[in-house]
Write a protein that binds this ligand. Sequence first.
Ligand code: PPS
Ligand code: ADP
Length: 197
Amino acid sequence: MENHIHPAVFKISRQLRIERLNQKPKLIWFTGLSGSGKSTLANAVEVQLFEAGYSTYLLDGDNIRTGLNKDLGFSKEDRVENIRRIAEVAKLMMDAGLIVVSAFISPFRVERQLIAELVGAENFLEVYVDCPLEVCEERDVKGLYKKARAGVIKNFTGIDSPYEAPISPAVHIHSDKEDLKISVKKVIGVISAAIGH
Ligand SMILES: Nc1ncnc2c1ncn2[C@@H]1O[C@H](COP(=O)(O)OS(=O)(=O)O)[C@@H](OP(=O)(O)O)[C@H]1O
Ligand SMILES: Nc1ncnc2c1ncn2[C@@H]1O[C@H](COP(=O)(O)OP(=O)(O)O)[C@@H](O)[C@H]1O
């Protein structure tokens, strides 16, 4: 469909912003089951990067599902739209020169593939926060697994909605076996190589 949209050419380019911030924009994408440790790990990684002097931003349920995406639920279509919008926001932030850290279940492999294509595969670092469902359920940080088992919450990832694990993530974390410090070190090691520091 022809949409008659003609993008404007910006005087301040992505390259100029990158030069000012003196860093390579990246998207560090944490994926995994609810309770696997995405938020905890993404926060800890952002703190390390920020304290090392990088300009960063964290995208997480708190600032997305309560704002931009508060019209979306957890059907397959809504999850796909949730991730599509987040990827577009992340891309804008990368245009602004930032290192973006994100923590979403993002259960579908094909959607994560689309994010990589949108921001450029070389800028996309997928971190799989792997944790057995039994352990996530045992942690039940927000009490949601209990509700899902009781049928109060429908379409809950891992219970009655699928999670497709990454096949070759940049980093594979086993949050049931490693402690947080080790996991952060692993992620920072891979990021440091990617951002050239
Ligand atoms: N049905 C269902 N399934 C999974 N998760 C649910 C559901 N309902 C609410 N929640 C809470 O929403 C958080 C997941 O939101 P996401 O935006 O990351 O999900 S998705 O990527 O669109 O699949 C998730 O947060 P995390 O625990 O941080 O993953 C849950 O707290
Ligand atoms: N190695 C680890 N990495 C991250 N979280 C861990 C780890 N080990 C234990 N945890 C705990 O698991 C829970 C994960 O919760 P959270 O970060 O909210 O997960 P998610 O964002 O994936 O839903 C937290 O209580 C955290 O302290």
